[in-house]
Each structure stands twice: as structure tokens, then as C-alpha cells.
Design a protein. Structure first.
Length: 202
């Protein structure tokens, strides 16, 4: 038997097939109900009046709301989604068919398919990540890289140079701090940080 508990398992997704029809039909259906019927729909769908208003303003309808209307009023849920032309044709079998595939229930994986993954011991507070080894770079290679950087700097346009010169001291500090932080976790960033240190000390 389909009841409120059954509806609770339905997904909160939009199942409207025609948003304009859904807007019109949900609004007309809702406004035609008395207070008792409205309360029953809200209780079955476990939603507020605002959720119904959003449905007929946006043209969206969830399986739970459509099923609540159908169950409370004996109307075809496909009428509210824009798939059926009339409200007629309701039956519990039809409602069950409408709800099929729209539940949140998930199949549990077979025990044979579940593999235990060894957990790494939790890092205690204050532990530092393993330091990335400093790159061992020969001086001649460093000189080559400096030459390349200088040649690239010489190829910059006046506008690009002005932007670089316009970076404030505070921004430079933040950029270097960011690079320093990344260098603890990334070998590439660690290499770049090495050259920054080198350039600052030559």
C-alpha cells in the first residue's frame, strides 16, 4: 500500500515534461482544494505551502509532490507533469509505475565486491607534512635560467611591464607567501621557490 512513508523515499528532483503545463495544472489543482485537502497534500509530501508555490511559479514538480496530489485526490500524476491530457486514470498501480525508479533507495554492494582499504594513521595536530627535498641544481643551470628570465622580461610590452611594476609590496608578500606554502606540497612549486630564493640572494 502506498502511503506517506512510501513517498518519503522519493527523490527531490524535477520530473516535469512541460513546464508551462505544470505551472497551470499545479496552480489550478492547488487553488481548487479546500483547507483540509491542502493540509493532506502538504502532509503526504512533507513540504510547505512555499514549496507548492515554487512549483507552479517555476513549472517544476518533484515525484513526491506529484504523488502526494495523486494519492490525496485520486488524480493521474502524469497530468501534473504535462504527460497526460486529463486527471483521469488514477490507480495505485499507475502511481506505483510513476514512482518506479524515482526513489533514493540504493542497492547495497555484494560483500564479495567490497574491499577493505587500509586507513592511514590520522595525522596528529602539529605534525608537519613531509618536506619536499630541495632541488639540487648546478650553478650553471641556474645562470641559464636567469638568462632566459631576463630575455623574456626584455620581450615584455610597456603595458605588461607597467602592470608588473604596479604590483604593491603587500601583494608581492602575499604572492611569495602563497608560493612558499604551495612549495611544501608540490615539487614544481618547490623548484620555483628555489629560484626565487636564489634570485633574492644573487
Amino acid at each position: 500500500m502506498i502511503n506517506k512513508k512510501t513517498l518519503e523515499s522519493l527523490k527531490q528532483i524535477d520530473v516535469s515534461k512541460d513546464k508551462e503545463l505544470t505551472k497551470i495544472r499545479v496552480k489550478e489543482t492547488w487553488q481548487g482544494l479546500d483547507q483540509a485537502a491542502r493540509k493532506e497534500v502538504l502532509d503526504l509530501a512533507d513540504i510547505t505551502i512555499n514549496a507548492v508555490a515554487r512549483s507552479y511559479k517555476r513549472g517544476n514538480i518533484t515525484p513526491r509532490l506529484a504523488a502526494a496530489f495523486a494519492l490525496a485526490l485520486n488524480v493521474n500524476p502524469h497530468y501534473l507533469t504535462g504527460e497526460a491530457e486529463t486527471t483521469e486514470g488514477y490507480s495505485e498501480e499507475l502511481l506505483a509505475e510513476f514512482m518506479n525508479g524515482k526513489t533514493n533507495a540504493k542497492k547495497k554492494p555484494a560483500k564479495t565486491a567490497v574491499k577493505k582499504v587500509a586507513r592511514k594513521p590520522a595525522r596528529e595536530a602539529g605534525d608537519e607534512p613531509a618536506a619536499v627535498p630541495e632541488p639540487q641544481i648546478q650553478c650553471d643551470k641556474a645562470d641559464d635560467i636567469i638568462s632566459i628570465l631576463l630575455s623574456k622580461a626584455g620581450a615584455l610590452t610597456q603595458n605588461e611591464k607597467a602592470k608588473l611594476n604596479g604590483i604593491s609590496e603587500e601583494e608581492i608578500i602575499y604572492l611569495v607567501k602563497g608560493l612558499l606554502y604551495r612549495s611544501k606540497y608540490s615539487a614544481d612549486a618547490n623548484d620555483v621557490m628555489f629560484f626565487v630564493r636564489y634570485l633574492l640572494t644573487v
